[in-house]
Design a protein around this ligand. Structure first.
Ligand code: SAM
Length: 268
């Protein structure tokens, strides 16, 4: 799998034991800048092979990296400092792995919100931390009103006993947006559940600690300029299954999902 390894933003002693172990045992470490990371690697005796994974060439590299992962290679990703994916080229790689159903995880983070954002594969270029929703209905509505029209990815903390109620509320107020419930980060049962608000799958395990990541308000105008097939493929590459992708296309275009279904099936 791909390990997205958090490295210190300053003091090199801030790295975690697991991050060092992961880097030592990787078949390959992808670095934003290999010379920059060499200083950290020398300090901890990390001798795994390195390769540059940098801005502007990432779109050429992601499929090849995904192929190596599919072959069973253990690859680590580091940025110059801090959490890969946040303001660096990592987001493109995570999106590709998610679309191809390949495994990835975050190693060494100290914040559930940031780890969940990284794991969700949603747009990390702009995001808003909302935290826990208030208990009272009026307070929830007032709070969500501040975030509903933002194009930024939204991050919510969720208590397990509130998950159904919170997801239903967000479906009512934000509409059928893509969401990813990220559970038990860095623990044995870490997992991600992708769905369209508010349709959380009945089979989903809703126990443990969880963060809900929700896509920002969609710029549907741009998507609606695509053909129905391209629009549908965009959602599939974002990680939605066929049913949810058709629903999302229907929502953006303001038509019934049966129309989209007919169009997609016609061309299959
Ligand atoms: N200070 C912590 C941080 O930096 O993430 C958050 C504290 S907050 C009181 C606790 C909430 O964080 C949990 O209800 C859950 O939403 C989230 N959380 C903490 N650990 C988590 C984990 N391992 N996986 C998923 N969510 C987690």
């Amino acid at each position: 799998m791909l390990s997205i390894v958090v490295t210190p933003i300053g003091n090199l002693s801030d790295i975690t034991y697991r991050a060092v172990e992961t880097l030592k045992s990787a078949d390959l470490i992808l670095c934003e800048d290999t010379r920059h990371s060499a200083v950290l690697f020398a300090r901890y005796g990390i001798t795994a092979p390195t390769r540059a994974y940098e801005k502007f060439s990432e779109s050429k590299q992601v499929e090849k990296i995904a192929d190596m992962l599919a072959e069973g290679k253990n690859i680590a990703l580091v940025s110059d400092a801090g959490t890969p994916v946040i303001s660096d080229p990592g987001n493109a790689l995570v999106k590709c792995l998610k679309a191809r159903g390949l495994e990835y995880t975050v190693v060494g983070s100290g914040c559930a919100a940031i780890s969940a954002l990284v794991l969700s594969g949603f747009d990390a270029s702009s995001f808003c931390f909302v935290g826990f929703l208030p208990e009272k209905d009026a307070d929830r509505k007032r709070l969500i009103g501040r975030f509903a029209s933002l194009r930024s990815t939204l991050i919510f903390y969720i208590a397990p006993h509130d998950v159904q109620k919170d997801v239903a509320f967000l479906g009512e107020t934000l509409g059928e947006r893509k969401a990813c419930l990220v559970r038990e980060i860095s623990k044995i049962y870490e997992d991600k559940i992708d769905f369209l608000l508010p349709n959380i799958p009945e089979s989903a395990t809703l126990k443990g600690e969880m963060v809900l990541v929700v896509e920002g308000a969609v710029e549907s105008e741009a998507l609606n300029k695509l053909t129905v097939r391209e629009h549908f493929e965009k959602y599939i590459s974002d990680g939605l299954d066929e049913k949810d992708a058709m629903k999302a296309v229907a929502r953006d275009r303001g038509v019934h999902k049966s129309e989209i279904y007919a169009e997609i099936k016609k061309r299959n």
